[in-house]
Design a protein around this ligand. Structure first.
Ligand SMILES: CC(C)(COP(=O)(O)OP(=O)(O)OC[C@H]1O[C@@H](n2cnc3c(N)ncnc32)[C@H](O)[C@@H]1OP(=O)(O)O)[C@@H](O)C(=O)NCCC(=O)NCCS
Length: 150
C-alpha cells in the first residue's frame, strides 16, 4: 500500500463497488452501475485502484488490459477531495502497475471539453493521439484519445 499525504492508494476489492458506484453518480452524467463495475472488476484482465482517506473511498481508477495494451475506463475523485493530487496519484500508480504487467501503452478517451482531466493526463505524459467525433451522449461531445507508452 502506498501512503501519500492523508490518503492511501490500494487495489480495489469487490466490497468497494457500492462506494465506487456512488462516486460514479457524483462524477459522471452516464455513471457505471454497481453491476457493471463488479463485472469489469471481476474480469481476469482488470486493474482497479482506489484512493482511501479515513476509511472512505475518495477516488478510483478502473482499467483492463488485453495482451500488452491497457485501457483506462474511468478516473474519478470525489468533488470534495479534488486538487489534492489524488487523481495524479491514481493515474501514476496505474502506470506503475502497467509497467509491472509489461504493457506497451495505456490509453483512454476523455470528453474534449474536460480540461481538468486532459491537464491531468498531459501532466503525466499522455499525448493526444486522435479524436472520435460525437463519441459521448448526454451531452453529445467528441472524445479525445490520449495514450502513454510505458
Ligand atoms: C479529473 C479529476 C479525476 C482530477 O482529479 P484531482 O484529484 O482533482 O486531480 P489532481 O489534484 O491530482 O490534479 C493533478 C493535475 O491535474 C490538473 N488538474 C486537475 N484538476 C484541474 C482543474 N480543475 N483545472 C485545471 N487543471 C486541473 C492540474 O495540472 C493538476 O496539477 P496541479 O494541481 O499541480 O495544478 C477530477 O477532477 C474528477 O474526478 N473529475 C470528474 C470525473 C472526470 O472527469 N474523470 C475523467 C474522465 S476521463
Amino acid at each position: 500500500m502506498m501512503q501519500r499525504n492523508n490518503f492511501d492508494i490500494r487495489k480495489a476489492e469487490v466490497s468497494d463497488v457500492s462506494e465506487l458506484a456512488e462516486l460514479e453518480k457524483l462524477c459522471f452524467s452516464a455513471p457505471w452501475s454497481e453491476n457493471a463495475l463488479r463485472e469489469t472488476m471481476e474480469g481476469d484482465n482488470s486493474c482497479f485502484l482506489v484512493a482511501e482517506e479515513n476509511g472512505r473511498v475518495c477516488g478510483y481508477i478502473g482499467s483492463y488490459y488485453a495482451l500488452d495494451e491497457g485501457y483506462i475506463t474511468n478516473v474519478a475523485v470525489h468533488p470534495d477531495c479534488r486538487r489534492r493530487g489524488i487523481g495524479q496519484a491514481l493515474v501514476g500508480e496505474l502506470v506503475e502497475c502497467g509497467k509491472q504487467l509489461g504493457l506497451l501503452f495505456l490509453t483512454l478517451e476523455v470528453r474534449e471539453g474536460n480540461c481538468a482531466a486532459i491537464s491531468l493526463y498531459e501532466k503525466l505524459g499522455f499525448k493526444n493521439v486522435g479524436k472520435r467525433p460525437r463519441f459521448y451522449t448526454n451531452p453529445s461531445e467528441a472524445a479525445v484519445l490520449m495514450t502513454i507508452y510505458i
